[in-house]
Design a protein around this ligand. Sequence first.
Ligand code: MRU
Length: 353
Amino acid sequence: MSIEAVSWSNGKVKLIDQTKLPGKLTYVVTDDITVLWDSIKRLVVRGAPAIGIAGAFGVALAALKSRAKNCQALKKDVFKAADYLATSRPTAVNLFWALGRMKQAALSVEAENCGSLRQLLLEEAIHILDDDKMRCSEIGRNGERLIKEGMGILTHCNAGALATGGSGTALSVFFSAKRRGKKFTVYVDETRPLLQGARLTTWELLREGIDTVLIADNMAAQVMKEGKIGLVITGSDRIALNGDAANKIGTYGIATLAKAHGIPFYVAAPVSTIDFNIKRGREIPIEQRDASEITSCRGKKIAPGNVKVYNPAFDVTPASLIAGIITEKGLITPPYKNKILMLKKKKGCYGGK
Ligand code: MRU
């Protein structure tokens, strides 16, 4: 059974509750956008493309539930919902990209009939979901050749089906290589503080029968030194025009270690993860999260409650450490700026924007 992190079911948004994995596969099913906002904030749904898709469905829900009597009032409610959902998490640009597409869709029609505008918004959200499925498959195809027989590959956080509308970004590359019959081992960083690697990535890889080795985050250097890693692939939450890429906290450290050991470090992401409005990584807003994520682990206190905590959820890997960016429109290598701008113009082979 394929994993559907976000789906539309009988007029409601259905989310796999990722906070409960791998222990329990349960769902949050809601037509309330405050519940959706909270689900994004609490990482019930997480991963850059998936939160974009969830946001798009949130806007469609707001339109369907709005009591507005005319299209102008309906559009106002739609914009209000999009602005509200945009406050849930700041780093992954896919959220703002998807909310922007929903606003654009609302503006694109001179609908006299509120019903058709509501329908159009739901169709746009479903289109964003379907589109992401195709993007994931193409990323898998475009990155698969990097994986050589017998290789060890390191990944960080979760950039799989749980994080997207399809088979993932970094993990889609592994799934594609596996389908081609290649044998390889994926080393998975546990990814403190919220353990997306340990809880989610290992769960997804094992389901697909991929040889998987879980390591604690602080073991990456040793594993590289022992010659076990030939390649690193991670996802991204926002890529700047110069190729700097934000991803889960710890990614920058892994990229630095990879450089020190002569191991190529790749980022896999759809074009919807590129922020064409920012020149470099330092402009990317980094989400700061609650201290309790550091002082506790899976609900158990592990530090004195009154200790000061710093908890940035993401870091930015400079383009100089990135050997290539695998997108649905091809794999690009440094220097990035012009190639990234070309990606914007290039049509996806599936017709995506
Ligand atoms: O805080 P999270 O779990 O939403 O962080 C997710 C990541 O950092 C992923 O690597 C990124 O969103 C890419 S997902 C295809």
